[in-house]
Design a protein around this ligand. Sequence first.
Ligand SMILES: *Cc1c(COP(=O)(O)O)cnc(C)c1O
Length: 394
Amino acid sequence: MKSTHPMHIETIAVHAGIEENEFGAVVPPIYQTSTFKFRDADHGANLFSGKEDGYIYTRMRNPTVEAMENSVAMLEGGYKALGCGSGMAAVHTALAAMLSSGDHIICSESVYGATATLLSTIGPKYQIETSFVDTSDLDAIRAALRPNTKVILVETPGNPTIVISDIAGAADIAHAHGALLMVDNTFMSPVLQRPFDLGADVIIHSMTKFLNGHADVVAGIIIVKTAEMYPAFRKTLNLLGGVIDPFNSFLVHRGIKTLAIRMERHNENAMKVAAYLEQHPKVKQVYYPGLPSHPQYALAQKQMLGPGGMIAFELHGGLEAGKTMMNAVTLCALAVSLGGVESLIQHPASMTHATMTREQREQAKITDGLVRLSVGIEAPDDIIADLDAALALC
Ligand SMILES: *Cc1c(COP(=O)(O)O)cnc(C)c1O
């Protein structure tokens, strides 16, 4: 994308990573190949030694993957991005690039269930210790620092309780300690939250969610802020091998073109749905950053460019009422995952966060009656009518 002035994010979403190609195709081709021919023996040797730039093997580099990576790097305002086979591959690869055995990490207690389980079960196998803390409390982060703390991993808004952590505050604490701040920006996308502007060093996404947005791909990405950090991350990804393939890269890149308008609609719809839920007599509590009742409403207003599509809520009837509701909805699909064009509803304690121990869930305030809703881009009145009919039975 060539331009004489800085582009807006809506324009970057449509154009970034789309380069000129042989036939002038508006959408670049999919290079569905595992390997690339060398012109001759010297060319092959030069590519391997780095004397010449080019493609060797798709686990190392692929033009379709790179086009998508360039798009996400530009969206986040980072140096470069590394496409991964899933969000979990991105979490694992980024941590493996930053940490060594004996290191300590501080992680949000309200975090994607598999991230928590990765850190608490696989981490110790490599002598990596994790403190799960309420990162919405900066003093709690400070109190958890150890001499060997190398990474602070913040997910905000946090999964599934939609708790918000102060990225700039966490970055200051990390940097004063010589540690790095990694932000999981999945719930917001680059359109609604700018972690690099707030001091983060590394951003990760599950692109399975809002970036792809169509619930048809599992993929992840790491974006690094500086050129100095990049080689270690690329080497780690190449060696661990958790790369994304060309076709999924193409699909994600296609999904990204509508990211900005999808996020606008997610904001609008979720705002309406959250306001509806909040006034409903059967609903005990709604957690949504766009509502003034959210405990960190002021921080949300300051740090986020929109409240996003994710809502959590608690029914007066607890778990039983939640189950009744999930069995009664017809438009909203009872399914895990989030961030797609379709509305999805699920029960964290028995589904996405079932691999956490009860103690971990209690610490993260994931009660048995909590319901999580990913509000899609359907007509908001239809979503509300579906919830209304289901709530009438609770
Ligand atoms: C889904 C998700 C992940 C993991 O991503 P996968 O693509 O499922 O591997 C990590 N973090 C957050 C916040 C997520 O929502």
